[in-house]
Design a protein around this ligand. Structure first.
Ligand code: GLY
Length: 579
C-alpha cells in the first residue's frame, strides 16, 4: 500500500481537551471570513482525495484506492467492506445502510440498502402476550434480525457508479486480507467488547470469534482472526452479491437465524434488493443540501430543521439563542418523524410538505423565541434508553469532483450479537427501529405510529443522515454520523456550525452538541456544553440532561485550499487521511 502523505490520528487524550475547548475556540462572528470555506484552516488538508472514517485501517484502504485512480465510490465500497472486518461493532455485511453520492457531472443519487423484515414478520411480531411492546423480542432475540442489505448496496453502488477501473473483487480484497491475516486490536474495540460481553457470550458462534476461550474479551494487542468472514468475503469477491443472497451463505444465515428463534428464510434473502432512490434536496442560505430520503427520516428531518432555522439570524455569538432555536426546530421535526415517517414502499410520506419552506414558516410561527415549547404542546410521547457506539459513518471525496457520504449499521454495537455459524457474519437487530406498537419507544426512545409498524418486507425507519452540502453545484461539505436518534441533530449542528457560526470544520465537528427528539421532553447536552448555556436553556423551560457523547460526525470540507478532513475527536480510532 502506498503511504498517504497526510494523516491525523486523534488519540483519546486529545478528546477531552478538544471538546472542552471547542466552544471557546470557535470563531467569533466578528472575526469570520465572509467566505466560510476560508474559515477552515484546521485539520489535514489534501489536494487529491480525502477519506474520513471511524477506523484508521479502513480509511487507509480507501485512500489507497483513490491513489490508484479510483473514484470516491470505488473507495467507499472498499471502506465499507473493510470496516466489516476492522470495526465489527458497526461496520458490517450483516446489516444495512445508506449511501448518498454526488457525481462530478452534477448528478445526485442515493442507494438504500436498509434491511428488510422477513416475510413472516407482522404488526404483532414484537408484542408480548398482553399486547405490549416486548423489547426483548426486537432488541435481543433473532426475531429482530432484518435481511442484510450491505452486500447488495455496495455492489449496486460499484456497478452503477464505480470508475470501472476495479472489479468488486479488487475492492473486497483488502478486507479479505485483514480478515484472514487478523488485525491487532486496540483498546477502543476491546472496551466496547467489554460493554456488550453478555450479548457476544450468549451465542457460541460469536464467542469463539470475539472472546477468548475462557470467555473474557480480547485485550488490546490481541489479534482478531476472522477466517470464516474471509471465506464469505472471498465468495462475494468471486461470485458477486448472489454468493451472499443465494447458496450456502444464505442457507447458513437463514439456518442460524431460525435456530436462534428468528423467522428469516432463504427466500427472504433471495428476494432482497438494494434500491436506488432520489435524494431529498433543499436549500439553506444559498447552499444545496442533499440527503437520504425515506425509509430514513434523516434527510427529511434535517431539511425541516434547516428550513425552520433559516428564518433566524444565527450568525452571532449568543450560544444560548442559537442552541435554543435549534432545539425548538428539533422538537417539531422529531414529532413529524414519529407521525409520518415509514417505508415509502408501503406508506405515503408527505415529503414535499415536510421539506417545504412554507411548512417551516408555519412551524416557526409557533416558536416563542424566549420560552421552550413543552413536548406535550406539540404531540404525545415516550421515553429514552440510548444505546452506545453503534452505526458508523464515512465521508469521501476524490479529485474528479465526486463525493460519497455513507452511514451503515447493525443497530446496536455488534447488532444482536449473533454470528451466523460458519460465515463470520454478525447479524443486526435493526427491526427494533420499527414502532413495535404505536407510541412504544424503540431503543433510542423514538416513538412511531402506524406508518412505521412492522410488516413483511418492510424497511424500518432510520435516523441515518448521510449528507452532502453543495455550493454552486459542487461539493462543499460531506458529513454524517452514527448515534441512533442523535444522528440527525449531530448533522444539523455540523452544518449550522460551519455555515452560520463560521467555525472551522474541526471546531464544527468537535463543538459540544445538544439533542432533543420531541419525546422524551428533555434536552440532552454533552458534558462539555458550557454551564452558563445550560442554565440559560433551563431558565427558558428546557429540561436539560447531560449525557456522554456518542455521535461521531466524520466530515470533509471542500475549500479552495483543498479537502479538509475532520475526524471526530469523540471517536478515538477515527482518522482523516488524504493525499
Ligand atoms: N439503527 C439506527 C438507525 O438506523 O437509525
Amino acid at each position: 500500500m502506498v503511504k498517504p502523505r497526510i494523516c491525523l490520528p486523534r488519540p483519546l487524550t486529545c478528546f477531552v481537551l478538544a471538546i472542552t475547548l471547542a466552544f471557546s475556540l470557535s470563531v467569533r462572528a466578528e472575526d469570520r471570513s465572509p467566505d466560510v470555506a476560508i474559515a477552515a484552516a484546521q485539520g489535514p488538508v489534501a489536494q487529491n482525495g480525502m477519506v474520513v472514517a471511524q477506523e484508521a485501517r479502513a480509511a487507509h484502504i480507501g485512500v489507497d484506492i483513490l491513489q490508484q485512480g479510483g473514484n470516491a465510490v470505488d473507495a467507499a465500497v472498499a471502506v465499507g467492506f473493510a470496516l466489516a472486518v476492522s470495526y465489527p461493532r458497526a461496520g458490517n455485511i450483516g446489516g444495512g445502510g445508506f449511501m448518498v453520492i454526488h457525481l462530478a457531472d452534477g448528478t445526485d443519487t442515493a442507494i438504500d440498502y436498509r434491511e428488510t423484515a422477513p416475510a413472516a414478520i407482522n404488526a404483532k411480531s414484537f408484542l408480548d402476550a398482553q399486547g405490549n411492546a416486548d423489547p426483548q423480542k426486537s432488541r435481543f432475540s433473532a426475531l429482530g434480525i432484518g435481511v442484510p442489505g450491505t452486500v447488495a448496496g455496495l455492489a449496486l453502488a460499484e456497478k452503477e457508479y464505480g470508475s470501472g477501473r476495479f472489479t468488486l473483487a479488487d475492492l473486497v480484497a483488502p478486507a479479505i486480507a485483514m480478515a484472514r491475516d487478523g488485525i491487532t486490536l486496540d483498546d477502543d474495540i476491546t472496551n466496547e467488547q467489554t460493554n456488550i460481553l453478555a450479548r457476544l457470550a450468549h451465542w457460541p458462534a460469536s464467542a469463539k470469534i470475539f472472546l477468548k476461550p475462557d470467555g473474557s474479551v480480547l485485550a488490546a494487542g490481541d489479534r482478531l482472526m476472522q477466517t470464516d468472514l474471509a471465506d464469505t468475503l472471498q465468495s462475494v469477491a468471486r461470485d458477486g452479491p448472489d454468493a451472499f443472497y443465494q447458496g450456502p451463505i444464505a442457507w447458513k444465515i437463514a439456518a442460524a437465524v431460525q435456530a436462534a428463534g428468528g423467522v428469516m428464510t432463504v427466500d427472504d434473502l433471495k428476494d432482497y434488493h438494494a434500491i436506488e432512490r432520489t435524494p431529498v434536496r433543499g436549500s439553506y442560505r444559498g447552499y444545496d443540501v442533499v440527503s437520504m430520503p425515506p425509509p430514513s427520516s434523516g434527510g427529511v428531518e434535517l431539511l425541516e430543521m434547516l428550513n425552520i432555522l433559516e428564518g433566524y439570524d444565527l450568525a452571532h455569538d449568543d450560544e444560548t439563542q442559537t442552541l435554543f432555536l435549534m432545539i425548538e426546530a428539533m422538537k417539531r421535526a422529531y414529532a413529524d418523524r414519529a407521525l409520518f415517517l415509514g417505508d415509502p414502499e408501503t406508506v405515503k410520506v408527505p415529503v414535499t410538505k415536510l421539506v417545504s419552506k412554507s411548512y417551516a414558516a408555519d412551524l416557526r410561527a409557533g416558536i416563542d423565541p424566549e420560552h421552550a415549547t413543552p413536548a406535550r404542546a406539540i404531540r404525545a410521547g415516550g421515553d429514552s434508553d440510548p444505546e452506545g457506539h453503534n452505526t458508523t459513518h464515512f465521508s469521501i471525496v476524490d479529485r474528479f469532483g465526486n463525493a460519497v457520504s455513507n452511514t451503515y449499521t447493525l443497530n446496536f454495537s455488534y447488532g444482536v450479537g449473533l454470528v451466523a455459524d460458519g460465515t463470520g457474519i454478525l447479524l443486526n437487530n435493526e427491526l427494533d427501529d420499527f414502532a413495535a406498537k404505536p407510541e412504544a419507544p424503540n431503543a433510542y426512545g423514538l416513538i412511531g405510529f402506524e406508518a412505521n409498524e412492522p410488516g413483511p418486507g418492510k424497511r424500518p425507519v432510520s435516523s441515518m443522515t448521510p449528507t452532502i452540502v453543495l455550493k454552486d453545484g459542487k461539493p462543499f461539505l460531506v458529513t454524517g454520523s452514527p448515534g441512533g436518534s442523535r444522528i440527525t441533530t449531530a448533522v444539523l449542528q455540523v452544518i449550522v456550525n460551519v455555515i452560520d457560526r463560521g467555525m472551522s470544520i474541526a471546531d464544527a465537528v468537535a463543538a459540544p452538541r445538544v439533542h432533543n427528539q420531541w419525546q422524551p421532553d428533555q434536552v440532552f447536552a454533552e458534558p462539555a456544553a458550557p454551564a452558563d448555556v445550560i442554565a440559560a436553556l433551563q431558565a427558558r423551560g428546557d429540561k436539560v440532561v447531560q449525557q456522554r457523547p456518542f455521535t461521531s460526525a466524520e466530515s470533509i470540507l471542500i475549500t479552495p485550499e483543498g479537502f479538509i478532513g475532520a475526524a471526530d475527536p469523540r471517536s478515538h480510532g477515527a482518522l482523516a487521511v488524504g493525499y
